[in-house]
Design a protein around this ligand. Sequence first.
Ligand code: ADP
Length: 480
Amino acid sequence: MEFEWLNSKIVEESIEVVLVFNEMGNILFGNPSAREKLEYSGEELQRQNMTWIFRQEFQKEDGGYFPFQKEKIFEKTESALYRKNSSCFLANIRCFPMEKSGIYYLLAEDITGQKDTDARIRQLKEEGENNRRIRNEFNANITHELRTPVNGIKGHVTALMDVIEEEEQRKTLDVILYCCDNMSSIINNILDFSKLEAGKLTLEEKEFDFYQMMDKVIATHTATINKKELKLNVYVDEKIPRIVIGDELRLNRILNNLLSNAVKFTSVGYVNVSVSKTMQINDEVELFFMVKDSGIGISKEEQDRLFQSYSQVDASITRRFGGTGLGLAITKQLVEMMNGSVHVESEKGKGSNFSFYVKLHTNQNIDEIPEHLEVYHKWSNFTAAMENSGEDQFYQFGTEENRGEIKKRMEKLVLSIELGAWDKAETLAETLKTLIERSDGELKKLILRMGMAIRKENYEKSMEMYEQVKTALIERMGEL
Ligand code: ADP
């Protein structure tokens, strides 16, 4: 045979089937892969005709010729190739005419493995969906089951509150109630998440008192805010109608999620909550909310992952602060269901600002002119005032107030190290880091090293670094 390349190593070792045939469909050559896959010996294969191997693509016409376009390349995916014993396998084929020779060659790539992979992927996907459904049902059931005892505890503790007068005991009951509230909000988040995933969550359209709802959300967090000695600023735009129509519970949940994060991740400074009416057209009002804190902040890369489910910025944060990583994912979906969107601005070490808007309805008749220009004006005054209150009071290094804060934390810090209360010491070191913001790099470095020693729970090193930080502070601010 004059086509010497057929004996080349490439053809010889190719895993693709290579067949050469003439216009009558008679096979002139098959490479080792063709012989192996079609299960013919070399001689047997050369006595075969293409119509026997390809029973759909190649059929004899009356004149004994192929209906195959002689000048063109012929391609087909998932052709069936029949073996000697009439079983078959699937392959993608390409067929080429050789330059004016009346001879053709065909390459066939066996896709059996690929088909298996496709089937396996399909199977895994089905299994995944199935597992997700089971998990959601399980979550929904278990959370329902958990709700009853938590409400039971809450009811009994509230009843006890009425009869117990001793201050210490009342404090304990307060803590139990606080824990119950925490647990309830985790349960509610898991329940909502399962419903959202299953596409079974629908929002209510019911009248509620917007101002009362705001009061309730804020009240849930005031005890913790006070305990952490944070400053809380709340602003509610009086242009917002008192009675609005929407899903009170879910709006409460959105705010609750953002607010508990703000409180959780802030150890010094402020938490600002504000809501403003940015637009009203007929009975639709657009409300813009902002929950801003001066806490640990979130880096740019981490911000991208924030709204995904189960995403916590850092595993060590979970250990320190707890949480399920579901809050923001749910928040985003609920906000979007209310025809709005959520946005984050944050800087590591400086604080975070989560803002979102939603659209609600109202029956209250207010003039139909969009008021956003006027509101915006007022709004920017407000935000400027907020910025200043936060910055001046808590960040300006060396001011009287800042010095007082630093002194207080340093005293608590040394006590915590002495007592081996490492978690507390770590939080205090974080706080100090925020308080010395805008001071010089040397001091920052010392605090960082002290933080590292505390994290390693190394008493000697922590005390040594504490002394160094103290000396550096005295150098910069005079007597501590
Ligand atoms: P979790 O229930 O764990 O708090 P979230 O979805 O509410 O879950 O938050 C996910 C992560 O985003 C948190 O674990 C935290 O790392 C980060 N995060 C959210 N809000 C803040 C904030 N105000 N300040 C700093 N980090 C935040």
